[in-house]
Write a protein that binds this ligand. Structure first.
Ligand SMILES: CC/C=C\C/C=C\CCC/C=C/CC(=O)SCCNC(=O)CCNC(=O)[C@H](O)C(C)(C)COP(=O)(O)OP(=O)(O)OC[C@H]1O[C@@H](n2cnc3c(N)ncnc32)[C@H](O)[C@@H]1OP(=O)(O)O
Length: 206
């Protein structure tokens, strides 16, 4: 499966911040549970996945890209990263662990604490993406080539290998789904978090 965007310059703008701003707890609960379930499905697919990152990919966009098996990004003008600290919020543990699995503990810590958005070249250098291509068509071709590798791999061997590799992060969320949700609902009602989100949303307006 190839995960890509139909938009011109945005792969995924991340989660809809308006869902966090002045939230209705019931609605936020459904929103967050849907996100947890979507991520669990994507991170544990029984088939190979590639993200063809054909535009900017902040926060939740970066999470989805990192959750695929391979990342091909169009360069050099787009950016990717977990920028939550720039919004004055914190990336949850499972977001962080997904990044650690891709780029390692040290680089992830620097990346997460600074909320850095990496250009395509920088992302390639730290291993956040696997390949950089100059345009969307060649990126799609590269992504397809990667998937073709699996024609010679046993689906069972593929799935078992991926399960072993991703199990700790997946299991943590399965075991802590309700706790994670309760925390998000409480956290998003904090006046400080709300102020930070208000300022960030204002900064996005043109
Ligand atoms: C211990 C603690 C543990 C847990 C804590 C609990 C929970 C916290 C977890 C929260 C996790 C959040 C993950 C996220 O994904 S947050 C979202 C991060 N996203 C961004 O920062 C992206 C911001 N957007 C941009 O940078 C640009 O829009 C972008 C580069 C994507 C595209 O640029 P472009 O110029 O094409 O578009 P714009 O004209 O700027 O945008 C158009 C309108 O869309 C609005 N917008 C953009 N992104 C978002 C978004 N993610 N959510 C809501 N709205 C968004 C933007 O304001 C524009 O609005 P209008 O002016 O048209 O009204």
């Amino acid at each position: 499966m190839i995960l890509t965007s139909g938009l011109q310059k945005v792969f995924c703008a991340g989660l809809d911040i308006t869902e966090f701003y002045n939230p209705n707890p019931d609605r936020l609960s459904k929103f967050w549970t849907t996100l947890q379930d979507t991520w669990l499905s994507l991170y544990t697919t029984s088939f190979p996945t590639v993200s063809v990152i054909n535009g900017h990919s902040p926060a939740g966009g970066c999470l989805f890209a990192m959750s695929c098996d391979y990342r091909v990004m169009v360069g050099p003008n787009y950016t990717i990263g977990l920028n939550e600290t720039k919004l004055g919020i914190v990336a949850p543990k499972w977001f962080q662990d997904t990044m650690v699995a891709v780029i390692g503990q040290r680089k992830a810590e620097v990346s997460l604490t600074t909320g850095k958005m990496y250009t395509t070249d920088e992302a390639l250098q730290i291993g956040l993406i696997d390949e950089s291509l100059p345009d969307a068509n060649s990126a799609l071709k590269k992504g397809t080539q990667f998937l073709n590798n699996f024609q010679k791999i046993s689906p069972w061997a593929y799935k078992m290998t991926k399960d072993i590799s991703r199990q700790p992060t997946v299991q943590w969320l399965i075991d802590n789904k309700q706790k994670d949700l309760d925390f998000v609902i409480k956290y998003m009602q904090s006046p400080t978090v709300q102020k930070n989100l208000e300022l960030y949303l204002q900064s996005l307006k043109k």
